[in-house]
Ligand binder design. Structure first.
Ligand code: PA5
Length: 444
């Protein structure tokens, strides 16, 4: 079971902080479990691992089997919370090189997460000669980036399979009743999956948003949900035996003492997109009202050779949270070399996990000595069940953290600012006046 080790962070705190935070954590837990706090309309994810829609879950499994049978590729269209979780889980469990591997499951391509023409053309070319399906994901159904990408890929499918054939290969994950994507799906007869009203984008990886692409990649989504439910039980404890209480409390106290940036680190490169998911979760949930820890991520040991210098000796505003997985089942052992020209025979016969462990411990001690508190999150293994635990743990701790900070952890009003400007500059009807003002500011 996932656990949190605070022994390399607590020494940075001069006073016992847990008792001081206990009443606010109790209140926050009560708000998450039963409502009453800010954003209470968006706490549907809290009991989701127990209460999820079994009928829809079975449809997700059936759809994933169909895609695996009739498609060599799945194009997943979505951005932000409608993108990062699925990519994070697939890369973490099936590899960042998943598409390059020999396998019986389809390639999975992510697009609609930006407006780059080159990125879009590249995926279109990659699936040109393949049988493919599309999973378009947008809770609002109106987000520009995925909507534009969907236009292109819908046209490609229709050209290849005709309108009816294309409709059978399009799976739309969106609101139960509202939005342009829902209306289009109903009109065209696409199979639809629901993003529940009370689950915001960045908390939606354990809904159809994440589960369909993850299942297509051959990952055991039942184990993922099972892990999440185990962690839901753990997080229901209203005391410091709860790992989410431990993590939320120490973050809160370290932030109060000037640790404004949190680095999420992992010594498994396949974790990179899980860290991207985590950054959105914490950044959007806490970063508002001129408050909040800035979430950043590093990929070790690679980034020890780029960011390591700053972490060791730069401005002392950092805290580091390291996710440690149990050893891999597939161990590479350092080979013996007769000539020992590289001087590495002292490592011969040792598994790489041993080297990685020593790198973790060496880094931990160096960074702590350099003034960076370290929180360690231990997960049993890099498998679906442990990842389900980790996802729920981070979500629950994030809800607690937002409430401790005094903000609404479930809104993202700041995201609208760029959208408004972009619409105005693109000439969207209704934005004419703002468009003129912005063009004047840009000197056009
Ligand atoms: O967390 C969020 O709410 C956002 O990141 C959204 O997920 C993102 O903007 C995409 O929105 P939508 O799913 O409505 O297209």
């Amino acid at each position: 079971m996932l656990s949190v080790d605070l022994s390399h962070a607590i020494p940075f705190l001069s006073l016992p902080y847990e008792e001081a935070l206990r009443p606010r954590l109790s209140k926050a837990a009560q708000w998450l479990d039963a409502g009453g706090g800010k954003g209470a309309d968006f706490i549907g994810w809290v009991h989701l691992p127990r209460d999820y829609d079994r009928e829809e879950f079975a449809r997700i499994e059936r759809a994933s089997q169909r895609i695996r049978q009739d498609s060599q590729a799945l194009v997943v269209i979505g951005i932000g919370g409608s993108y990062l979780g699925a990519r994070g889980v697939i890369e973490c469990l099936a590899s960042p090189n998943y598409n390059l591997k020999k396998k019986t499951t389809p390639n999975v391509y992510f697009i609609g997460n930006g407006l780059s023409s080159d990125a879009l053309r590249e995926v279109a070319e990659l699936v040109e000669d393949a049988d493919f399906s599309v999973n378009v994901i947008s809770k609002s159904g109106t987000t520009t980036e995925p909507a534009v990408a969907f236009r292109f890929f819908r046209a490609l499918l229709e050209k290849k399979y005709g309108p009816d054939g294309a409709a059978r290969r399009i799976y739309a994950t969106t609101d139960r009743a509202r939005g342009a994507l829902k209306s289009l799906s109903d009109a065209q007869g696409y199979e639809t999956f629901v993003v529940p009203d009370d689950v915001g984008g960045r908390y939606s990886v354990l809904t159809a948003v994440g589960l369909l692409p993850i299942a297509v990649a051959g990952i055991d989504i039942r184990a993922l949900m099972c892990g999440a439910e185990e962690m839901m039980q753990c997080c229901s404890a209203r005391d410091f035996s709860n790992p989410a209480w431990q993590y939320a409390a120490i973050r809160s106290e370290l932030y109060r003492q000037g640790k404004k940036i949190e680095l999420l680190a992992c010594f498994e490169p396949s974790f990179r997109f899980m860290a991207e998911w985590w950054k959105q979760l914490y950044g959007e949930s806490e970063g508002k009202e001129n408050r909040g820890i800035f979430p950043a991520s590093v990929d070790f040991t690679a980034d020890l050779h780029s960011m390591g210098q700053y972490i060791q000796q730069g401005e002392r505003t950092l805290l580091e949270t390291v996710v440690r997985f149990g050893p891999s089942e597939h161990q590479m052992v350092v080979p013996f070399d007769e000539s020992d020209g590289d001087g590495l025979n002292f490592l011969a016969g040792k598994p790489l996990s041993f080297l990685n462990d020593q790198a973790m411990d060496g880094t931990l001690l160096a960074h702590v000595e350099g003034g960076v508190p370290n929180v360690i999150i231990r997960a049993d293994a890099r498998d679906a069940r442990s990842l389900g635990q980790l996802i729920y743990f981070f979500e629950y701790a994030c809800g607690l953290s937002g409430y401790l900070l005094g903000v609404n952890p479930f809104d993202q009003p700041g995201v609208e600012a760029y959208k408004k400007n972009m619409f105005a500059l693109l000439g969207k009807p209704g934005y004419e006046e703002l468009g003129e003002q912005l063009r004047a500011r840009l000197g056009r």
